[in-house]
Ligand binder design. Structure first.
Ligand code: NOJ
Length: 576
């Protein structure tokens, strides 16, 4: 191993770490009920260890009615029976630690389930002590309760329909930015915050190594002095107002995150990993959130690059322009170069599979998947690998609405049809491209029935391409996508310039070739990626300096040349 440089010695541990996201429902099922579970995860730790990842992020495994696949929590200190027990959790955590890996929990505290005892109490009467733990508001003045438009604000929910529901019990509305079974917690109330911090400390005491914080930039709402919330602008063609300016990165967010840091994270021997999911966050915001001196979070998940193929909403799909991707990533790299830190991701449980999205999941599946991986992992920041990405799993390609399970997809389909916004074929085409279920089909472990995911009936169909695309076929094949990911992850561990080097974008105007340089203390890496299925010339500003450079990693069996890339080719050259 290379000796750590001076820069590496002071850098936090997660700058050279790679995180792997497990979506438990779809990872591995140990008991044949068709739903992945904790023992299933434990049975696959060899796979993760072989891959070489440092951290596992577990999507929610807490007790939940599963309206939004576990992002609706009814007990923060219990494991949902479909996933196992607290004993199973402790055993998994011990096993993860014994293999030198860490485990990060999902933290879903913008909202709870409507079946959480806090909400059950809160809704029970106007003067219940927990009434103020959620956002209850009266009907809009001069309107009939329950009439269309009588909601306290005109905001739409992320899962279609209004963001408010009228509760007949007390005749008031409650706010839910997501499903009606996910009421928003009121962070203005200090008791709510104290309960959440206590719960977080409880998990840390159990041994977990940090948190991925679900829509954490939605927790502070722009409430007016009289307690009302503002209406949002209704964009062209939209059914509801856009509330995000009034709850995204709201007025007290920095204060809450700093308080959370003080109450939960400060003063620990090994700093837990904190990553805040923040839809709509800008580079300037992110500098503040991730500046270590401000003690808020280590890094954020930003959404700019996964919005570049959206039109009016995520289901209005447009082709990606590579120059837009470069402009966006380039801005984030520059913006967080001096202060703060980036997270890097293509896939997660909310995004379609990257090989189907920005690559070619047909003829060039393996080449395009490894090119995309190379480009992402060679940026400065902490890379996240989503389960199955390391196998180049593809989108589901479902052809019937009956195959879908995701609440966002199903609600969007029903709402758009009901309002005549699109016909069935158009809607199915946009779900095929963008539905979250593309990422949620079971992990393809081997070529046996149900891809080795379950001995039962899976809760969502296995992708029929599992006979060709599966882990067993890739583990021992040095030319597989899995082996390529192993090498990429290893490179981050052993080559300090990958983790800590400066970033310089090249060829910003090129629509086919992605090119950049990383440099640290006299070592330089040139990273090239061909985003097309055709050969592409590469005209670098000072190509001659790369003559004689060594190829560190590439996705063709021979090194190739710097001035011309083959279809979907990736190359990383090193000099100095
Ligand atoms: C973001 C999560 O990633 C997504 O899966 C979930 O539906 C929403 N937040 C609501 O919790």
């Amino acid at each position: 191993m290379t000796e750590p440089t001076a820069a590496a010695v002071v850098a936090p541990w997660w700058t050279s770490a790679v995180v792997y996201q497990v979506y438990p429902r779809s990872f591995a099922d140990s008991n044949g009920d068709g739903i992945g579970d904790l023992r299933g995860i434990a049975s696959k730790l060899d796979h993760l260890q072989l891959l070489g990842v440092d951290v596992i992020w577990l999507s929610p495994v807490y007790a939940s009615p599963q309206d939004d696949a576990g992002y609706d929590i009814s007990d923060y200190r219990a494991i949902d029976p479909s996933f196992g027990t607290l004993e199973d959790f402790d055993a998994l955590l011990a096993d993860v630690h014994s293999r030198g890996m860490k485990l990060v929990m999902d933290l879903v505290v913008n909202h709870t389930s409507d079946e959480h005892p806090w909400f059950v109490e809160s809704r029970s009467s106007l003067d219940n002590p927990k009434r103020d733990w959620y956002w209850w508001r009266p009907t809009r003045p001069h309107m009939e309760p329950g009439a269309p438009g009588a909601e306290p604000t005109n905001w739409g929910s992320a899962f279609s329909g209004p963001a408010w529901d009228l509760d007949p019990l007390t005749g008031e509305y409650y706010l839910h930015l997501f499903s009606r079974k996910q009421p928003d917690l009121n962070w203005e109330n200090p008791q709510v915050r104290a309960e959440i911090y206590a719960m977080m400390r409880w998990w840390l005491a159990r041994g977990v190594d940090g948190f991925r914080m679900d829509v954490i930039n939605f927790i502070s709402k722009a409430v007016r002095a009289d307690g009302s919330l503002p209406d949002g602008i209704v964009h062209d063609g939209a059914l509801y107002g856009d509330g995000q300016p009034h709850f995204g990165c709201g007025p007290r967010l920095h204060e809450y995150l700093q308080e959370m840091h003080r109450e939960v994270f400060a003063g620990r021997d090994v700093a837990p990993l904190t990553v805040g999911e923040m839809p709509g966050v800008t580079v300037d915001d992110a500098v503040l959130f991730t500046d270590p001196a401000r003690a808020e979070v280590d890094m954020v998940f930003q959404f700019e690059h996964v919005g570049l193929d959206h039109g009016a909403g995520k289901f209005d799909v447009h082709p990606l322009r590579l120059t837009d991707l470069k402009a966006s990533f380039g801005r984030w790299q520059a913006g967080l170069a001096e202060v703060g830190w980036n997270s890097l991701y293509w896939d997660n449980h909310d995004q379609p599979r990257i090989v189907s999205r920005f690559g070619d999941d047909g003829e060039h599946r393996e080449l395009s998947a490894t090119m995309l991986a190379t480009v992402l992992h060679l940026h400065r920041g902490t890379p996240y690998v989503y389960q199955g990405e390391e196998l180049a799993m593809t989108n589901a390609h479902f052809t019937s609405i009956d195959s879908y399970r995701d609440i966002e997809s199903l609600n969007h389909y029903a709402e758009a049809l009901a309002h005549g916004q699109a016909n069935e074929d158009t809607l199915l085409a946009s779900l095929r491209a963008m539905s979250r279920d593309n990422a949620r089909t079971p992990v393809q472990w081997d070529a046996t029935a149900q891809a080795g995911f379950t001995t039962g009936e899976p809760w969502i169909a296995v992708n029929p391409n599992y006979r060709e695309i599966n882990a067993a076929a890739q583990h021992d094949d040095p030319g597989s996508v899995f082996s390529f990911y192993r090498r990429l992850i290893e490179l981050r561990h052993t080559e300090p310039v990958v983790a800590l080097g400066d970033f310089t974008m090249l060829l910003a105007d090129d629509e086919a070739v992605y090119a950049f340089v990383r440099s640290l203390e006299g070592t330089e890496l040139l990273v090239l990626g061909n985003f097309t299925g055709a050969a592409q010339p590469v005209t670098l500003p000072n190509a001659q300096v790369w003559a004689g450079a060594e190829l560190v990693i590439g996705n063709y069996s021979d090194p190739g040349v710097v001035d011309s890339l083959r279809p979907w080719e990736a190359q990383v050259w090193r000099r100095g």
